[in-house]
Design a protein around this ligand. Sequence first.
Ligand SMILES: [Zn+2]
Length: 462
Amino acid sequence: MKILRSILLFSLLLSLLAPNLTFAFDGQVLMEKQVKQGNAFEVKIPKNEYLSINGSFMEQPVKFFEFEDEANWDDPVSRGVFLDTVIDNKEDLPRLVFENPYLDIDKDDKYYREILLATQLGIVKGNYVDYVRLFKPNTSVTRAEAAKMLYQAYNLTSLKREMEATDPEKYETLSNQTFPDLTKNHPLYFYMMECVKAGIFKGYDDGLIRPNAPINYNETEIIVARATGKDKIAVDMDKDTEYYRALVGVDRRWEPGTYYLNLKLENEDGEMEYYTEPIEVLNTEFITQSFRTSADDGEEDKTYLLYDGSQDRAYEKLYEAVATTNDSRYYEEDFQIPAEGYTTLGFGDILYINGIYSGSHSGIDYANETGTDIYASNTGKVVLAEFTDFWGNMVVIDHGENLFSVYIHLDELKCEVDDKVKKGELIGLMGTTGFSTGSHLHYSVMVGTTFVDPAQFYEEAK
Ligand SMILES: [Zn+2]
C-alpha cells in the first residue's frame, strides 16, 4: 500500500496570528473575543466569592479547575490595573469631585479613586448594559483600547511636536507606517495611529500591531513610560491569586461566526448566576490533500478498516480515555515536537482518499523510519496504551485540566497505563500499525473530546 502525495511542511506561521486568549472576568463582562478554527483558548475567572462554576460551549461541557497564581509579565492587565498605572503617572491631577456612576464599583474597590478620576478626566466612560452603567474593572484591555486611554490621558500632541522638532526624519518614518492588521475601518484606528506617530506603539517583528490583542503587564509598563517620557514606571502586580481556569477547544470544522460560551456561577448566597460570552470564530485556511491507497508494493491493503467499524471502536476507546482528567496541570512549559521527521499531513488538512472525502485531519503526521523514538510532548499521566485495529498501537497522555496528547500507529509501546511520564521521555517507537500508509507518527492534541492544532502549544507558535 502506498500513498501518492506531495510532502508539505506545515507552516507554523499561521499560529503566530493567534495570541493567547486569556481574559479576566468579573461576573459582568460581555466582550468580544476572537479565536481561529481548530485552536484552543483559555478562560480565567477570578474566584472572588463564587463557590462553583460550570460552563458549556457548543453543547460541550467546559471544565473549570481551581488554581492559584501570581501575576506574570505576559498576563493581560485588567482595566483597573491599567487605569491605576495611567493615573499614578499623570501629573497635576485634579481633586476628585466626581460621583460614582458605576453600579459595579464601590468605595472598597482597590482602584476606586483612580477609576473615578479617570472618568472625571474623560479617559474612560464605562459601558451601558441594559441602561445600567458598568465599569467592568476586571476585564482585560485590548491594545487599541489602551491607545485610546493614553490619548485621552496624556498630551500626545506635544510628544509628537517634540519628536518632529528633535528628529524630523524619525517622525516622518513613524507617521507613514502602516500595518496589515490595522485598517481605517478599525473603530479605534485614529487612536492607535496617534500612538504610533508618538512612538508609543511600534508593532511586532512580524509587521503586525495586533490592535485586538489584550495588553499585558510588560507592554503596559513600556507604553506608559513612553507616553509620559519616564524611564521607569511601576505597574501594580498584586492581583487576585485565586482563579477558575478552563481550556476551550474550537472544533476545526465549525463554520466561522459567533458562538456563545455559557457560564453558570454559584455565588456565596448559593444563588446561580448565568452569563454568556460571545466568541468570534475566525477562518483558518486549511489545505486539501488528495492521495490514493493501493496494494501494489506488497503491503497489506487496509482500506477495509475504514468501513468495518474499527474506526468507531477506536474512537470509543479514545473518548473513554479523555472522559476524566487530573484536576491540576501536570505540564508547565511549552510542548515539544514528539518525534523527528517530515511533516506529511498538517492539522485540519482536508483529506481525499481514493477520490472520496475522508474527513479533516485531526493532528500532525511526522514521517520517519520505523523504530524512530517517540517522546511525550509534555509531562502527564498515561491513560491509554494499547492496540486498536484502526489506529494500531496508541498512547494517550493526560496533561491535566482536560488537555491530552495522542500518539498513533506506533510500532512498539514503551509505556503503560498509569505511568507518570516527563516531557521528552520515551513512550514508544514509530511504525505503521493500524490504518496507516508508511511509517509515521500521527500526533493529536485534544481539549476534552475536541481536537485542536498541536502547533499552537509549541514554543515557536508564541
Ligand atoms: Zn495522521
